[in-house]
Design a protein around this ligand. Structure first.
Ligand SMILES: Cc1cc2nc3c(=O)[nH]c(=O)nc-3n(C[C@H](O)[C@H](O)[C@H](O)COP(=O)(O)O)c2cc1C
Length: 389
């Protein structure tokens, strides 16, 4: 259930409904009367495909204030106004939404949205503390511009994508073996410097690893993502550490590994580093030049001892030729529990695209998957990890 109260961020609640419905949820929208001043109920009705309730006194819905909350798996309040939080904290039930909140034991996720001074007011602080004490979860508010002008204080509603990510986690984590587990993911390329302005790298976008980190967060894991240079934004709820070189990635993984229950190595680290890096920009030569390269440290091989048998480890193998044997050998040599073989020969698989063609290989099994989005591959991969856990 999505409860919408009367703040300027109501227009963003439309996007929340849309995203929840796309993710497969059935969404009942309940609006306060003030909220209907900002967005008309018909907008939410069209987006959710279900009637929108705004009043305790609606015909044929006499007991909605009891049923709606009880029958929901989660109640999201977005935007949650200062007034709604105050009424809920005081146990007031003078409209449909607050009556539902009083009559339910369903978990509540609230996204406060208000003027920064309203948020900083001791009354609001006390109300939020009271509601947290009763088990409510909060997301935001964020810092950023408000409708009335610029602000550098919290007040603005967290973006819909982030609210939806937290809602998904609350819904999915209880049934996942990854809940509470520590998951370490690597992603993206690494970059080795020839001189201050030139590098050796590869076209990895980071999409595969970022998808795994996001999916692990949804399943309730405590996720750290170690990413090389990628243009993607830090995933919601995931502690993201940005590194540049393969050595930096190795050192960061080493430091985080003792805590990890699961390691997923989806990065494409550069395999070679120039033997020496110039400290000034090299002048362009007229003829060809020769660059001496040496191998970078292999992250999986250099952490095999540290991993032990406790940490479920997944590696990736990117090949341009049928690479089954090479992938199997890598599984053995690097002591992996699962290796995901993906092909870089087609434009819909491997680097820089949103989809992937993969084969999952374990000690005993080999499963060729169809063309899937990287989000779907991430989910299949974590299903395997859960089974291993
Ligand atoms: C244009 C406008 C924007 C408003 N924006 C907010 C807001 O973002 N957050 C908030 O707490 N109140 C905001 N208010 C005040 C609430 O609408 C008011 O407190 C109302 O009583 C909230 O009722 P409700 O909590 O039942 O929805 C705004 C009012 C107006 C007129």
């Amino acid at each position: 259930m999505l409860g919408v109260s009367g703040g300027i961020a109501c227009y963003k609640a439309c996007s929340i409904v849309r995203q929840l419905v796309e993710a497969g949820a059935t969404v009942d929208v309940v609006m306060t009367v003030s909220a209907t001043e900002f967005v008309r109920p018909v907008t939410f009705e069209a987006l959710s495909g279900r009637p929108v309730l705004t009043s305790l006194w609606q015909r044929d819905q006499a007991l909605a204030h009891i049923h709606l909350g009880r029958d929901s798996h989660l109640i999201v309040l977005a935007p949650a106004t200062a007034n709604l939080l105050a009424r809920a904290a005081s146990g007031i039930a003078d409209d449909l939404l607050t009556a539902i909140l009083l009559a339910t034991e369903t978990r509540v996720l609230a996204a406060p949205a208000m003027n920064d001074a309203m948020y900083a007011h001791p009354a609001t602080t006390a109300n939020i503390a009271t509601l947290k004490g009763r088990g409510w979860q909060f997301v935001g508010p964020a810092i950023g511009p408000l409708a009335e002008g610029p602000s550098e204080k919290p007040g603005r509603m967290t973006e819909p994508e982030e609210i939806v990510a937290h809602a998904k986690r609350l819904l999915c984590a209880p049934s996942s073996a990854l809940q509470g587990k520590r998951v370490l993911v690597t992603a993206g390329p690494t970059r080795e410097h020839i001189d201050p302005v030139r590098t050796i790298s590869n076209p990895s976008s980071g999409k595969m690893g970022f998808s795994v980190a996001t999916a692990a967060f949804t399943r309730g894991a405590d996720v750290t993502l170690v990413s090389g240079p990628s243009l993607l934004q830090d995933p919601t709820g995931v502690e993201t550490v940005r590194v540049e070189t393969t050595s930096e990635m190795l050192e960061t993984v080493r430091a985080l590994l003792p805590e990890a229950d699961v390691l997923v190595m989806a990065a494409a680290p550069a395999d070679y580093v120039p033997r020496s890096t110039a400290d000034h920009k090299l002048a362009r030569a007229d003829g060809p030049i020769t660059l001496a390269l040496e191998p970078t440290p292999d992250i999986l091989e250099n952490t095999a001892n540290q991993r032990g048998s406790r940490c479920v480890t997944v590696g990736f193998a990117l090949e341009t030729e049928p690479g089954l044997e090479r992938a199997r050998a890598k599984l053995e040599r690097k002591q992996l529990d699962l290796i995901v073989l993906n092909s870089a020969t087609q434009s819909d698989s491997g680097f820089e695209c949103d989809t992937n063609r993969t084969t999952f290989i374990t000690q005993r099994t080999m499963t060729e998957l169809p063309l899937l989005s990287k989000h779907e591959v991430a989910d299949k991969l974590l299903d395997e990890v859960e089974a291993m856990l």
